[in-house]
Design a protein around this ligand. Structure first.
Ligand code: UD1
Length: 347
């Protein structure tokens, strides 16, 4: 069975991929600096009763550290090799991801996301590991069009965070072109992953004040924050609030496994793939659904539009459906229910 290196494996999306990898029986190696996550999630996941038949401590290794630490990365690959259990593929999620912060500290973003990725690619090359899945983002697309994005939409990010994602995708294309029969690469462009594993064992709990709507919504529901600011009710959308493509994080995690299997059985290529549901929901629809399924009142107030926002961002997921059989199962109600359950469980 293959050994998968998961960078950023204790974060929100990483920990859900971790769960699904365990279920599929993979050997799993995680590297995470824990600057925006906690190691505790590993114990919570390994203790999950539904994973008992699958989790084997001998098939798991955790390294606390930064991907910019080349010596550590080297040790990880070397030690796997010495145990005849080479790293076969890397799923790369480690990186900084707060848009507003990226505008204040661009160098930190370029250094952590881009330099970090380059170091990772160098070490992969050294150990002949050429299978790679990258956690990219719909934020790289040009927002000039209709708000429905397919994979051929022009790439034109508008903030340093998006620039670093686009730059890493470019490096991956250059790397592929340098030896076309070697690399199997997938750039997964996430839309808006929310929700949590239905067990309630894993929660999105960013350190500091959250930027994205769902963690803010959870904090308003738990009364840690008084009120949700709705950024604009004068957009050109049916109810005036912004429309996004919210997708359950567990469906996103499944997408990684499906892509991994697809890459392994197909010739080398670079694949760009949208991961969303193809269905847009407004901020008001999100709030109303959350209130309804959880029977909780959400305090909100309309405020000004947020800089850099667009009215609509919805994925065209035809390619993912066709190539990997992507079929996200969960609805907005599931995302709201599962997200709130995990918040209550992780107070
Ligand atoms: C944001 C980032 C995007 C990044 C993505 C994932 C901006 C402009 N965009 O996307 O680059 O890839 O997160 O990290 O920051 N909203 C509120 N109140 C809030 C927060 C959000 O009304 O407190 C609204 C937004 O205006 C938007 C929707 O909720 O209509 C979703 O916002 P968010 O979760 O931040 O995601 P994106 O805007 O899609």
């Amino acid at each position: 069975m293959k050994n998968i290196l998961l960078t950023g494996g204790t974060g929100f999306i990483g920990s859900h991929i971790f769960i699904q990898l365990i279920k599929c029986g993979y050997y799993i190696t995680i590297i995470d600096s824990n600057i925006n996550s906690s190691e505790k999630v590993i114990k919570r996941i390994s203790d999950m009763s539904e994973l008992t038949p699958f989790f084997d401590i001998k098939k798991f290794k955790f390294y606390k550290g930064d991907i910019r630490n080349e010596i550590l990365l080297n040790d990880i690959f070397l030690s796997a090799k010495e145990q005849n259990n080479e790293i076969d593929a890397v799923i790369h999620l480690a990186g900084l991801k707060a848009v507003r912060e990226s505008k204040i500290k661009p160098l930190e973003y370029w250094e952590s996301n881009v330099s970090g990725s380059i170091i990772l690619f160098k070490v992969m090359q050294k150990f002949n590991c050429y299978n790679f899945i990258f956690s990219s983002s719909a934020t790289i697309y040009s927002s000039d069009g209709t708000g429905f994005f397919d994979e051929d939409t022009i790439i034109k990010p508008i903030n340093p965070y998006g620039n670093t994602k686009a730059a890493i995708e470019q490096i991956l294309r250059d790397l592929f072109d340098s030896s076309p029969n070697l690399w199997r690469i997938a750039c997964l462009r996430y839309f808006n992953p929310i929700g949590a594993h239905p067990s309630g064992n894993v929660c999105e709990d960013p350190k500091g004040i959250p930027n994205n709507i769902f963690p803010v919504l959870l904090k308003v529901a738990s009364r840690e924050i008084d009120c949700l600011e709705v950024f604009g009710n004068d957009w050109e959308t049916p109810d005036g609030t912004g429309i996004r493509d919210y997708v359950h994080v567990l469906d996103i995690a499944d997408g990684h496994i499906m892509v991994l299997k697809y890459l392994m059985k197909n010739p080398p290529k670079v694949l760009n793939l949208n991961l969303g549901t193809g269905v847009g929901k407004s901020v008001m629809e999100l709030i109303n659904t959350f209130e309804e399924v959880n029977q909780i009142k959400i305090n909100y107030v309309f405020s000004n539009r947020r800089e850099g926002d667009i009215p609509r961002s919805v994925a065209n997921i035809d390619l993912a459906k066709k190539l990997i059989g992507w079929d996200p199962k969960n609805k907005l109600a599931d995302m709201c229910k599962d997200g709130w359950r995990s918040k209550l469980n992780n107070q």
